[in-house]
Design a protein around this ligand. Structure first.
Ligand code: URA
Length: 210
């Protein structure tokens, strides 16, 4: 993947995203749809994982069969909404190592402050996929990626459900080496930092906290 931004325009993804956007969609349905979409996005973001071959024996004969190469990849959930994407991706790549980054926004400085950070060792030699459903201002995503780089990560990708142009620009400026995979790019952010038309607060919709 060389492009900075990939929009997964598969009809099933787009249909499921529309269902998620509807304000009448229940918490249960929202979580289920997010899990389903996360697997299509994961399919795209892992498209060029390094491969090797291994000698195996089928019931008919021996062959050199394709298999994943390199160290197990690392999935990093940006709390809390990232957890809604994490489970589906982990189902597809069950041996992945998992980390969590918790950031909150300081109301005075508006800067992201770290409150939790636990990531797998050896990030330097792993493909790292950071997941967060909503790329809005991009401030917390950019800060999370910065922390991962400080931990040694060199090959990082960012997976989100919805992105705003403002967030994409912020990420492109801060981390031009980090490709982004998303299901859609919406119009803009409103004055409260919500994506328009968006789907509201992903964490609240996922966990019913409103
Ligand atoms: N986070 C959300 O959950 N929703 C938005 O629209 C923006 C940020």
């Amino acid at each position: 993947m060389v492009k900075h931004l990939t929009v997964v325009d598969h009809p099933l993804v787009q249909h499921k995203l529309t269902l998620m956007r509807k304000k009448t969609t229940s918490t249960v349905e929202f979580r289920q749809l997010l899990r389903e979409i996360s697997q299509f996005l994961a399919y795209e973001i892992t498209r060029n994982l390094p491969m090797t071959t291994r000698r195996i024996e089928t019931p008919i004969e021996e062959m050199d069969a394709p298999t994943l190469d390199g160290k197990k990849l690392a999935l990093i959930s940006i709390l809390r909404a990232g957890n809604g994407l994490l489970d589906g991706v982990l189902e597809l790549v069950p041996s992945a190592r998992v980390g969590f980054v918790g950031l909150y926004r300081d109301e005075e400085t508006l800067q992201p402050i770290q409150y939790y950070y636990k990531v797998p060792h050896g990030l330097k030699n792993r493909m790292v996929i950071a997941v967060d459903p909503m790329l809005a201002t991009g401030n917390s995503s950019a800060a999370a990626i910065e922390l991962l780089k400080k931990s040694g990560a060199k090959n990082i990708r960012f997976l989100c459900l919805l992105a705003a142009p403002e967030g994409i620009k912020r990420m492109e400026e801060a981390h031009p080496d980090v490709p982004i995979v998303t299901a859609a790019v919406d119009s803009h952010l409103n004055s409260n930092g919500y994506i328009v038309p968006g789907l509201g607060d992903a964490g609240d919709r996922m966990y019913g906290t409103k």
